[in-house]
Design a protein around this ligand. Structure first.
Ligand SMILES: Cc1ncc(COP(=O)(O)O)c(C=O)c1O
Length: 450
């Protein structure tokens, strides 16, 4: 049995993969990724692939960056893990101060966890408990967007709005007020932008006028709904939501798990519209994409509602075993230092522009109905018939076929519904982008026949 076959036989026998129909899994043996070098992944047969999805939207500086690796190795000489329950450690404190410094507005406190889902879960619980503790126990429900994605734990699924992922759990979920999705091409209100005057955001006004007394917070993915297929919000949308929330005293939760740490051309997407959230969820790129770490940022105003004597029982009774793991904090601090020293976010500007130029050509293709891009996040939506905007039958799995074809051209990407997602690392060069788009163009042509 070859080395690759040995790994695959154990995988097929024992491993249950995320978001994967396991019955079909052995029919198309996966790549076995054994090494990462910069923006490339190398499989067990020695073949190199450009990491076109930043290993699920996390990679910032490329794989195995020596500065991050050595920060982790250095930390290992001192402390592998210690709890934050009743104790602290230097890097958890230093990283919290750094996050408070770089996040927008008055976010001044960091609560750690390990994934984007838990960062969201924590924000929801903090928002809920906040109102309980300042004398408004009636403020109990949340507002979220149509087709939102905030993670896979039950609270995050409750505010999520993607039926394919979430519907089956319906009876387990708490009810949520739902805003129409800000998706101009298929506007749920049947309107046209900009004549609509941001009607999808304005819909929040009557909702809060009527139910604001019982609503504790709104949660939104700022500027881009990632998992919905890279849906880019019209300019001013985010700021409008924020203004309405402030007017009606509803907390504003920015879920920057996907968009944070430079992914959309600024350190955080909220900055692009001058929005200062009450709570912010961070994950994915926080460690440069190296170790699992997440943080929920809160303003002092929110935090102070949790202060009291022990027997006031205002404590936030929440915490995970690996909360603030020192190795993950070391990676995050090293990544943030690199970002600042090398001006990583500023340097993405020409790469973002290069990506936009290249995508113009992709948009002309016969089976591409829309290309959506914001920063280094892009979605290329595939259609059976562009003139009538008719999608392919889901059973044909055309987007899946396209990403498999792209692998033959040396690129790893992933589909989301009818869209192909491109999420190159922030460290991508224009040559990397050319390789990515060339592979995508060829793959679409091969599968869709144009
Ligand atoms: C906006 C947003 N929030 C939360 C999450 C959940 O993050 P995780 O998969 O790390 O739990 C994701 C994941 O894609 C996301 O895009």
């Amino acid at each position: 049995m070859s080395h690759t076959q040995e790994i695959l036989s154990q995988d097929f026998e024992h491993l249950w993969h995320p978001f994967t129909q396991m019955k079909l899994w052995p029919d198309e043996p996966p790549l076995v990724i054994e090494r990462g070098e910069g923006n490339y992944l190398i499989d067990s047969e020695g073949k190199r692939y450009f990491d076109g999805v930043s290993s699920l939207w996390v990679t910032v500086h490329g794989h195995n960056h020596p500065a991050i690796n050595s920060a982790i190795a250095e930390q290992l000489k001192h402390l592998d893990h210690s709890t934050l329950l009743g104790l602290t450690h230097p890097l958890a404190a230093r990283l919290a101060a750094e996050l408070a410094r770089i996040t927008p507005g008055k976010l001044n406190k960091a609560f750690y966890s390990e994934s984007g889902s838990t960062a969201v879960e924590i924000a929801l619980k903090i928002a809920y408990q906040y109102w309980q503790q300042i004398g408004h126990p009636e403020k109990k429900t949340f507002v979220a967007l149509g087709e939102a994605y905030h993670g896979d734990t039950i609270g995050a699924v409750s505010v999520g709005g993607i039926d394919l992922f979430h519907q089956v759990y319906g009876p387990l979920l708490f009810p949520v007020h739902r805003l129409p999705q800000p998706f101009c091409r298929q506007c749920p209100l049947g309107l046209k932008h900009p004549q609509c005057g941001l009607a999808c955001a304005n819909a929040l006004e009557p909702m809060l006028a009527e139910h604001g007394d019982e609503i504790c917070a709104l949660i939104v993915e700022p500027r881009v709904q990632g998992a919905a297929g890279i849906i880019v919000q019209p300019e001013g949308y985010l700021h409008r939501l924020w203004e309405i929330c402030k007017k009606h005293e509803v907390l504003f939760i920015a879920d920057e798990v996907a968009t944070g740490f430079g992914r959309t051309g600024t350190m955080f997407s909220c900055e692009q519209e001058g929005v200062e959230p009450d709570l912010m969820c961070l994950g994915k790129g926080i460690t440069g994409g190296v170790l699992p770490l997440a943080a929920t940022m809160a303003t002092d105003r929110v935090y102070e509602a949790f202060l009291g004597e022990y027997d006031d029982f205002k404590t936030f009774f929440h915490g995970h075993t690996y909360t603030g793991n020192p190795l993950a904090c070391a990676a995050a601090l090293a990544s943030l230092e690199l970002m600042e020293k090398n001006q990583v976010v500023q340097r993405t500007a020409p790469v973002i522009e290069h990506l936009a130029k290249g995508l113009e050509k992709i948009a002309q293709m016969e089976h591409v109905v829309q290309v959506r891009q914001h920063g280094l996040m892009a979605g290329v939506e595939i259609t059976a018939d562009k003139s009538t905007d008719t999608p392919y039958e889901p059973g044909l799995r055309i987007p899946h076929q396209i990403i498999m074809a792209a692998r033959k051209h040396g690129v790893i990407i992933r589909p989301l519904g009818d869209a192909i997602v491109l999420m190159p690392p922030l460290s991508s060069t224009t040559e990397d982008i050319d390789l990515l788009l060339d592979a995508l163009g060829k793959a679409i042509a091969e599968v869709c026949g144009s």
